[in-house]
Design a protein around this ligand. Structure first.
Ligand code: PLP
Length: 428
């Protein structure tokens, strides 16, 4: 019997629980996990209750192949305005001529860019995966590296930063048709204007893949790739704090090519519930609150970097300009994987990561990647980063010495602190 007393809240996910208790239990367990851990995976976040609600709506029942006003199915009275709002808000927020909000996720969005501009076998240049790039920037195991000829640039060994003179030399030698800038483990500001100059010089299309930093750009905490890049590709679920999805933005001259590549080139019906949630997230991202959030993400990352450096941790490039830190654990005499696993047991969720010029294997690399987007969404201030750094320091030592008691102690301290900072969209 469900209670009719309005003081008693309805059980969360009651219909799922009635139909499928196993899945309901797992959703509930994940809610608890996301509530009482310190989530520091740089690509993750917490969406608002509004974004969460939009994703769980009947919009998902609708087929809408095509674009607003040009659909292949009837009954688009409500869907067209949803997609129009999402497109319009993206254009205003990022200051672009055109936005396509239909890509299912970041990887298919990038594949659509290849489809729009390249023929199989053509050359694409991107930051190589072990240097901080993304699989879809032409890396070998990805379709983009098997159907196209991938050429990778890196960072300088001494600085941990991209050297545009090296990128230019490589581009002049390899003559790519497409150049990607941006990546997944890049702690420093991306020089979009510098990349654009190189792309112009070699006649390449420049794609700024800002998946990680879209929210920082929207909030004015990282320079914008507009108008330097020909195409801007982004996921919507990282710092932008929207649903899992993606957008491609470009100048008017490329609008047709991009739209055709997404549909019918690569995809069928758009995920309308996701489109609605993207629209909601973009509305949120245009607020003063979100600007403050974006700046706080960076302030927290910087504070954490300083606290870690003070405890003897080596940071790739010496620190950060954005939301993420890459720690090289070589001097701590332990690999990234055992530390990531110990941190997970301690309630601090991160990923192990290759560092530039890593001496260890990709599945057992030397680094850890840490990000502040999710913990900032919960309201942790910069002053808390000393606590976080101290936990990380204790767990790294504990992982090296096999001191599981400390791991258990930190786990309790983390859970305790997180109760002070309720997460958006989660039960308290
Ligand atoms: C996350 C990411 C992607 C891919 O996004 P998915 O939604 O996981 O497919 C692409 N490029 C960059 C730079 C990313 O960080």
């Amino acid at each position: 019997m469900t209670s009719t007393n309005p003081a008693v809240p309805a059980p969360r996910h009651a219909a799922v629980a009635a139909t499928d208790p196993e899945i309901a239990a797992l959703i509930g367990a994940e809610e608890r996990l996301q509530a009482d851990t310190l989530r520091m995976i740089a690509s993750e976040n917490y969406v608002s209750q509004a974004v969460l609600e939009a994703t769980g709506t009947v919009l998902q029942n609708k087929y809408s192949e095509g674009y607003p006003g040009r659909r292949y199915y009837e009954g688009q009275q409500n869907i067209d305005p949803v997609e129009e709002l999402a497109r319009q808000r993206a254009k205003e927020l990022f200051g672009v001529d055109h936005a396509n909000v239909q890509p299912y996720s970041g990887s298919p969005a990038n594949l659509a860019v290849y489809l729009a501009f390249l023929q199989p076998g053509d050359t694409v240049m991107g930051m190589s995966l072990p240097m901080g790039g993304h699989l879809t920037h032409g890396w070998g195991v990805s379709a983009t590296g098997t159907w196209f000829r991938g050429v990778g640039y890196g960072v300088r060994r001494e600085t941990g930063r991209v050297d545009l003179d090296e990128v230019r030399d490589l581009a002049l030698r390899e003559r790519p048709k497409l150049i990607f800038c941006g990546g997944t483990a890049v702690p420093r500001t991306i020089d979009f204007a510098g990349f654009a100059e190189i792309a112009r010089e070699v006649g390449a299309v420049l794609v700024a893949d800002v998946a990680h930093i879209a929210g920082l750009i929207a909030g004015g905490a990282h320079p914008s790739p507009v108008p330097h890049a020909d195409v801007v590709s982004t996921t919507t679920h990282k710092t932008l704090r929207g649903p899992r999805g993606a957008m491609l933005m470009c100048r008017e001259e490329h609008a047709k090519a991009i739209d055709r590549a997404v549909f019918p080139g690569l995809q069928g019906g758009p995920h309308n519930h996701t489109t609605a949630a993207i629209a909601v997230a973009l509305k949120e991202a245009a607020t003063e609150d979100f600007r403050a959030y974006a700046h706080q993400v960076v302030a927290n990352a910087r504070a954490l970097g300083e606290q870690l450096a003070a405890r003897g941790f080596d940071l790739v490039s010496g620190g950060t300009d954005n939301h993420l830190l890459l720690i090289d654990l070589t001097s701590k005499e332990i690999g990234g994987k055992p530390v990531a696993q110990a941190l997970d047991r301690a309630g601090i969720v991160v990923n192990y990561n290759s560092v530039p010029f890593d001496q260890r294997k990709p599945f057992d690399p030397s680094g850890l990647r840490l990000g502040t987007p999710a913990l900032t969404s919960r309201g942790l201030p910069a002053e808390r980063m000393a606590t976080v750094a101290e936990w990380i320091d204790r767990v790294v030592t504990a992982a090296r010495t096999g001191d599981e008691d400390t791991v258990v102690k930190v786990r309790a301290e983390v859970a305790e602190l997180m109760t002070e900072y309720p997460a958006p969209g989660l039960p308290v």
